[in-house]
Design a protein. Structure first.
Length: 79
């Protein structure tokens, strides 16, 4: 996550500096960087939840698989 965030920040800073077009474009670059960071954070949420679900003792494995499937389809539909 840190590498993704760092790479996104570096690319956005390079685009704000002028890039190939030589224009301003600072606000668009910041907006794009913000969406990249938001996407990285939102993609991490289901993985953390699934890891927590796997480490919780005493639940039926079939119930876990159904829950995970529902959450995956929910995240796909939301995106």
């Amino acid at each position: 996550l840190a590498a993704l965030l760092g790479g996104s920040v570096l690319v956005q800073l390079a685009e704000m500096g002028g890039g190939l077009t030589g224009g301003g474009g600072g606000s668009e670059a910041l907006l794009g960087g913000g969406f990249a960071v938001l996407g990285a954070l939102l993609s991490a949420v289901p993985n953390v939840w699934y890891e927590k679900l796997l480490k919780t003792p005493g639940e039926d494995e079939w119930a876990r698989n159904i829950q995970v499937t529902v959450w995956i389809f929910s995240w796909i539909a939301a995106s």
